[in-house]
Design a protein around this ligand. Structure first.
Ligand code: NAD
Ligand code: LMR
Length: 325
């Protein structure tokens, strides 16, 4: 067994966390040889509920769980953390867009960004899950002085997984046969799930599905999947979101398989002519805890237009909270 690492999860009594924490504690995110100390943050009214989650975690007797801190004190929760999963935020309900949450949730990331900058490990890796995830990540990154903005990422892995799953179902393939899918832009209904560079069992995806399916079914299904889950469950996705959060961190640390990539919301460096500084989802390769944007992909007009629509929405979200940056 390695030395334990500290993993912070905010919103730890919420529904995503209830799906995430047990798998994380069982070693599914960082490995069966990597013990974790869970540092669980909640707001005071949810502390009783969090006590119940802690009891259940204890009752699992996971060998990879070496300690639990349950607190409403963010300094304690973020202290020396190597990984921070920022889940704690209000979810949307039916009829809302994720950006409608901006006003309610932005304050959380303003405060927590400053605290984690002060007390988290110098090497911390941060994943923002709470919506609107890209702009909340932008707020968090803007509070960093000691840490670097590249340490903060936003979750578009759920969209990436959704895209893979749709293509696999359409082509009768295993999801592991689908590679090089891209989610560009915002984790919102303007995101652009791009199939142009994807392969299915080594063949170009464009050769095995038709353009009409891409435009009238694939893209809208991935873009609106979150709303469809809310319409069906009355609650936003939780198990799939928790699973994607673990995928995001695991891939970041363990790397992308040769010949494949993943999608992550990261600070734009201007690649693909996207405005510098936005948190924009790009195709990235990961190796040993570092990520790099996949460069030099050919972008046709169809894709360029869609990449710009989602970029424009991120600019509008950024401008709406400019006073917080
Ligand atoms: P939930 O309401 O079940 O849980 C949220 C928890 O956060 C609650 O227990 C609440 O008490 C807590 N919380 C609120 N303010 C907090 C604060 N300041 N500090 C710490 N904890 C705080 O919601 P959920 O279903 O778990 O969803 C959480 C967030 O994740 C929502 O914003 C949702 O929209 C978002 N989400 C994002 C994705 C994605 O792909 N990026 C996917 C699914 C859900
Ligand atoms: C999702 O994509 O399922 C989440 O962002 C929740 C939502 O509001 O759609």
């Amino acid at each position: 067994m390695k030395n334990p690492v500290r993993v912070t999860v905010t919103g730890a009594a919420g529904q995503i966390s209830y799906n995430l924490l047990f798998r994380l504690a069982a070693g599914e995110m960082l490995g069966k040889d990597q013990p974790v100390i869970l540092q669980l943050l909640e707001i005071p009214p949810a502390m009783k509920m969090l006590d119940g989650v802690v009891m259940e975690l204890e009752d699992c007797a996971f060998s990879t769980l070496s300690g639990i801190i349950a607190t409403d004190n963010s300094e304690l929760a973020f202290g020396d953390a190597e990984y921070v999963l920022m889940v704690g935020a209000r979810p949307r309900g039916p009829g809302m867009e994720r950006k409608d949450l901006l006003e309610a949730n932005a304050k959380i990331f303003t405060e927590q960004g400053s605290v984690l900058d002060r007390v988290a490990s110098q090497n911390v890796r941060v994943l923002v899950v709470g919506n609107p995830a890209n702009t909340n990540a932008l707020i968090t990154a803007s509070k960093l002085q000691r840490l670097d903005a590249s340490q903060v990422t936003a979750m578009t892995r759920l969209d990436h997984n959704r895209a893979i799953s749709q293509i696999a179902a359409k082509t009768g393939s295993f999801s592991s046969s689908v590679k090089r899918v891209i989610i560009w832009g915002n984790h919102s209904a303007t995101q652009y799930p791009d199939i142009h560079h994807a392969t299915v069992d080594g063949a170009s995806a464009l050769d095995v599905v038709d353009q009409n399916w891409i435009e009238s079914e694939f893209i809208p299904t991935v873009q609106k999947r979150g709303a469809q889950v809310i319409a069906a469950r009355g609650l936003s996705s939780a198990a799939s979101a928790g699973s994607a959060a673990m995928d995001h961190i695991r891939t970041w640390m363990q790397g992308t398989p040769t010949g494949d990539w993943t999608s992550m919301g990261i600070v734009s460096d201007g690649s693909y002519e996207i405005t510098d500084g936005l948190i924009y989802s790009y195709p990235v390769t990961c190796k040993s805890g570092h990520y790099e944007i996949v460069q030099d992909l050919e972008i046709n007009k169809f894709s360029r237009d869609k990449m710009q629509i989602t970029e424009q929405e991120l600019i509008e979200e950024r401008d709406a909270i400019a006073n917080l940056l």
